[in-house]
Design a protein around this ligand. Structure first.
Ligand code: BES
Ligand code: ZN
Ligand code: ZN
Length: 500
């Protein structure tokens, strides 16, 4: 989506003119200056067919304007508007106009007294951008005329260069969200550990500030990443261990390490997941189990495209969790990168195993100022929080608060979960140093406790994104399936660090 600015009076032709309205006491009230149209739209407003409710879209046809259509877009009550309400309203515009196949918009930006210009442009542009997506690549026989048509050009009417720059920044961030959605939605047999390694290399190519390193199986054996290797045993595909570094602030020693779970398909291993009923947590959804990996790779790519002044390293341990005669066995003990032995009670709790090796590697080799991991780790977090927030676990209040703040800003909400020390006992093992499952009570917390074993005293935060990465239904500006939730959160977090 390409943003430009134009004056309202001298605007060029487009497919659609978008005019925002508040839902007034008696009838809809204009939310921006567009007096020249008053006569023309007055009838529609007067009819009360259009009331300006949040997300309400009414199309008018006109022969007198540079655009053949005018959309009246409702923003709801003026006093209650927020950035999130703007996102929702503009997302509903995108959906409302898909049938008309509009590609170019002229858009009157609402005047909102209670919000800064930047927030208004963010809400408007994110709503447009996040909804402007469909995953149709695997539909091979969809007729051309039935394929989704995307908005490719948006002229912001009467806006300055600063506003334009903000819209463009959000367009770059949305590319990152599409990147995550596409990888999550892609076939697991295509988005393999090797493919993820290639993608990291493609991201780094041609940018001297970026560097990708991919450990193959031989190197992983040499590094003694015994837990990643254990999970990989059942798979025909080799594991990979990916490191993607971005040096955006070479003078500083500060470095944020992002670790992403890269299980390209989670069958559950010998604890085979059921296929029925098809849904969010049965096997059929488990191509989503590399969402964390996609987010951290996408975040580094996006940070580099935005030229953020931060040092950032994405670390991705990646493998399938497959079933086979070589699969790792419930009851067996495996030793990880840091030397700890782990009793594998349940081979379906594989994410924490591969993350353990990645966290330990990061602590020992990457001099992290802080580590943030993102992982589709437990079904338990969905039971606790549903799918409107991801679970946040941390050993550092300042880091947790900064992430919570970024979550509020982007509406990619996090909810901090307790790590009561008594729950640590649940992962004590009789035959090894620890075990990989702590039972059903507080299942997301005991998973977090498992990870905590491998971070030492590095400030660390773990986001359990199992319930928000792969949605069973489309909602608001999120499509069905891969949501990309987490990427905007990380970028907002990094931007705030720069401002602070
Ligand atoms: N990948 C799953 C978690 C998951 C569940 C992701 C639903 C997305 C949607 C993870 O590897 C897993 O299987 N976790 C088990 C752990 C249990 C065996 C302790 C779970 O949550 O059931
Ligand atoms: Zn699993
Ligand atoms: Zn998993």
């Amino acid at each position: 989506m390409h943003f430009t600015t134009e004056s309202f009076q001298k605007r060029s032709e487009a497919d659609l003119l978008v005019l925002p309205f508040w839902s007034g006491k008696k009838s809809a009230e204009p939310a921006a200056e567009f007096s020249s149209l008053k006569g023309e739209i007055a009838a529609a407003v007067k009819s009360k067919d259009f009331l300006g409710k949040e997300g309400e879209v009414t199309l008018l046809y006109s022969t007198k304007q540079p655009e053949p259509r005018i959309a009246l877009l409702g923003l709801g009550e003026r006093e209650k508007v927020t950035k999130e309400k703007l996102r929702r309203a503009y997302a509903s515009l995108v959906k409302g106009c898909r049938k008309q196949k509009v590609k170019a918009l002229n858009l009157a930006v609402p005047d909102v007294e209670s919000m800064s210009k930047g927030e208004v442009i963010q809400g408007v542009s994110e709503g447009l951008l996040l909804a402007n997506y469909a995953f149709e690549r695997l539909k091979t026989q969809l007729p051309e005329e039935d394929r989704a048509v995307f908005i490719s050009k948006v002229a912001l009417l009467g806006q300055d260069a600063k506003a334009l720059a903000i819209a463009k920044k959000h367009a770059t961030i949305a590319e990152g969200v599409y990147f995550v959605r596409n990888l999550v939605n892609g076939n697991a047999d295509e988005i393999t550990p090797q493919r993820l390694g290639q993608i990291a290399q493609e991201i780094a190519k041609g940018n001297p500030k970026l560097k990708a390193t991919v450990f193959d199986k031989k190197r992983i054996i040499k590094e003694k990443m015994g837990l990643l290797l254990a999970v990989n045993r059942g798979s025909n595909l080799d594991p990979a261990f990916i490191i993607l570094e971005y040096a955006g602030d070479p003078k500083s020693k500060d470095r944020t390490v992002l670790v992403g779970k890269g299980v390209t398909y989670d069958t559950g291993g010998l604890s085979l997941k059921p296929v029925h009923p098809p849904g969010a947590s049965t096997m059929g959804a488990m191509k989503c189990d590399m969402a964390g990996a996609a987010i951290v790779l996408g975040a580094v790519q996006t940070a580099a495209r935005l030229g953020l002044k931060v040092n950032l390293t994405a670390v991705v341990p990646t493998t399938e969790n497959s079933i086979g005669s070589r699969s790792y066995k419930p009851g067996d003990v495996y030793v990880g990168y840091d030397g700890k032995s782990v009793e594998v009670v349940d081979p379906d709790a594989e994410g924490r195993l591969i993350l353990a090796d990645a966290l330990a590697y990061a602590v020992r080799n990457l001099k992290p100022s802080r580590i943030i991991d993102l992982a589709t780790l437990t079904g338990s977090i969905e039971i606790a929080l549903g799918n409107e927030a991801a679970g946040l676990f941390s050993n550092d209040d300042a880091l947790a608060d900064a992430l919570l703040h970024a979550g509020t800003e982007t509406y990619e909400r996090l909810w901090r979960m307790p790590m009561f020390e008594e729950y640590r006992d649940q992962i004590k093992s009789e035959i090894a140093d620890i075990k990989n499952v702590g039972g059903r009570p507080a299942g997301a917390t005991t998973a977090a406790y498992f990870l905590k074993e491998f971070v030492g005293d590095t400030p660390w935060a773990h986001c359990d994104i199992a319930a928000v990465s792969f949605l069973g239904e489309a909602r608001r500006y999120h499509p069905k399936h891969g949501s990309g939730i987490g990427l905007r959160l990380l970028i907002a977090f990094l931007e705030h660090r720069i401002e602070a």
